[in-house]
Design a protein around this ligand. Structure first.
Ligand SMILES: NC(=O)C1=CN([C@@H]2O[C@H](COP(=O)(O)OP(=O)(O)OC[C@H]3O[C@@H](n4cnc5c(N)ncnc54)[C@H](OP(=O)(O)O)[C@@H]3O)[C@@H](O)[C@H]2O)C=CC1
Ligand SMILES: O=C1O[C@H](COP(=O)(O)O)[C@@H](O)[C@H](O)[C@H]1O
Length: 494
């Protein structure tokens, strides 16, 4: 068990959806594991006029059904929560917040340790950072760390402006930019898989890898989030951050050590070598699309343009597929195909590494390419397909799969992404957070693709419940490749 951490956590957006669904359960997980124990307090802030008691009921309800929770532990946990009605644009409210934080600091003996967690709409991030500085909320003793939610900007220029504003208050080593995919079990397993297995490490390069495929598929549609999503789309919502981070873990060189500096150095080198596209190349190598109405399991599902809050002429993409390349000596020329979308066949995040077939095939054309698949979610594990032999007196080959999955119950009991990330932030470990340089590079890449799309109103569609438009299949077919994972609604298992 990790050693107890003492801190006052100031949560901006304490009444919000993220706080209730993810952050309180994550903190409760840390509480159950003893990482948060007696010496911590959380100040939840939002405009609505709640009392501490009302807020504690909200927190209790958010955690009471967590694995291992009892009514007693949930309530004891909630006693550490305090609420302040606070408008982040009102300087006077920061004075009250400062006084409350100082009082709790002394009451819980936290030694000045502060975590400022921005869990509200990103247009407020700069304002909060500026007020934390102007109203002198940062402590002179202990640590002051900022945890900042996504999206980090809307494009390169706005991300840069946001970064300038938060770095006027916090140094880079105090900033923890969240990408929750970095907290996922199987994202964190990629380094072990790649660098602790000589067999895998030896084949992890352009000599042996034919292509890499990254799929982040969601079955849900835009849900209630059209207000946000209409201004975002799949490229900004999923590709600029989650997909790019996975791509970096898959193609980076072996770090010198597991320190944040060493890991960020090799990740940064990947983004330095992202193969850039002209507008014409961007249009050829990236596909966008929107989901169209369909009947799924006898239920009619609306198309994107018919969703509440979406305009009939919307050009927001709900699906992206693309071909990227990393021009490092190890990976130059290896296509990295990515796809992500809403209303696809099923929820699944998986990565397939397709190896080159044997050069001189003793067995005619029977030998198939080896494929290593990493299952990120919902199941967690990996599989490797190899060429085996048909049983009996024959030289005929047959594909065999070596398959590992974490036990479902054990996986559920393991810390969830936000729990790991909050623990990391409290421990001062920045490995699983993003650096500004990474965001700067990925935004510039993504901006080029989006700018190319803005030159056309072409928007292919795909029926809800399928794996995207035919253009996404053609993208790979052009190179003689195909998506390894092609689920249909009748064959849903990983
Ligand atoms: N929800 C999710 O699953 C995910 C969310 N995120 C990110 O997390 C952040 C928060 O999202 P989410 O929780 O969904 O958003 P919500 O809209 O649910 O919550 C927003 C919060 O901000 C508060 N708020 C709004 N205006 C002000 C103001 N002027 N002063 C003080 N408080 C204010 C609201 O309370 P009140 O109205 O009372 O002021 C509320 O607590 C966003 O950056 C989002 O992109 C990231 C990944 C997933
Ligand atoms: O960041 C986001 O991620 C979720 C998908 O996350 P997952 O952990 O469930 O895979 C996505 O639904 C959302 O649109 C996006 O903002």
């Amino acid at each position: 068990m990790a050693e107890e951490k003492a801190a006052v956590i100031i949560l901006f957006g304490g009444s919000g959806d993220l706080a209730r669904r993810k952050l309180y359960p994550a903190m409760f997980g840390l509480y159950q594991r003893g990482f948060l124990q007696d010496r911590f307090a959380v100040i939840g802030t939002a405009r609505r006029p709640w009392s501490d008691d009302y807020y504690r009921d909200i927190v209790t309800n958010a955690v009471k059904d967590q694995p291992g929770a009892t009514p007693e532990t949930a309530e004891a946990f909630a006693t550490h929560f305090y609420y302040q009605s606070h408008d982040v644009t009102d300087a006077a409210h920061y004075i009250t917040l400062k006084e409350l934080a100082a009082k709790l600091d002394a009451q819980y003996h936290v030694g000045g340790n502060r975590l400022y967690y921005m869990a509200m709409a990103p247009n407020f991030f700069s304002t909060i950072a500026e007020h934390l500085k102007s109203e002198s909320l940062l402590t002179a003793t202990g640590f002051n760390r900022l945890v900042i939610e996504k999206p980090f900007g809307h494009d390169y220029q706005s991300a840069k402006a946001l970064n300038e504003s938060i770095t006027a208050t916090f140094a880079e080593k105090q900033i923890y930019r969240i990408d929750h995919y970095l907290g996922k079990e199987m994202t964190q397993a990629i380094m072990g898989l790649r660098f602790a297995n000589p067999l895998v490490a030896a084949a992890w390069n352009k000599e042996h890898i034919q292509n890499i495929q990254i799929t982040l598929a969601e079955a849900v549609g835009v849900e209630e989030r059209a207000g946000y999503y209409e201004n975002s789309g799949a490229m900004r919502d999923m590709v600029q951050n989650h997909v790019m981070q996975l791509l970096a873990y898959l193609t980076m060189a072996r770090p010198q050590s597991l320190t944040p500096e060493a890991v960020h150095a090799v990740k940064g080198a990947v983004f330095d070598h992202l193969h850039s596209y002209s507008q014409k190349e961007a249009l050829a190598n990236f596909v966008r699309a929107q989901y169209a109405p369909a009947v799924i399991d006898k239920l009619t599902v609306a198309g994107y343009r018919d969703e509440a809050g979406v305009s009939q002429s919307s050009l927001t993409e709900t699906f992206v597929a693309g071909k990227l390349m990393v021009d490092t000596p190890e990976f130059a020329g290896v296509p990295i195909y990515i796809r992500t979308g809403k209303r696809l066949t099923r929820k699944s995040t998986q990565i397939s590494v397709v190896f080159k077939p044997v050069a001189h095939d003793l067995f005619g054309t029977q030998a198939k390419a080896n494929v290593l698949t990493i299952y990120v979610e919902p199941s967690e594990g990996f599989s490797l397909t190899l060429n085996g032999k048909v049983l009996g007196q024959s030289t005929e080959l047959m594909p065999e799969e070596l398959r590992f999955r974490h036990d479902e119950r054990a996986a559920k009991a393991a810390p969830e992404a936000y729990e790991r990330l909050i623990q990391d932030a409290l421990q001062g470990n920045q490995t699983n957070f993003t650096r500004w340089t990474e965001l700067s590079q990925t935004w510039q890449f993504v901006d080029t693709i989006i700018a190319a799309w803005q030159t056309t109103t072409a928007m292919p569609t795909y029926p809800a419940g399928t794996m995207g438009p035919k253009e996404a299949t053609e993208l790979l077919a052009r190179d003689g490749n195909q998506w390894v994972w092609q689920p249909t609604r009748v064959q849903l298992a990983d």
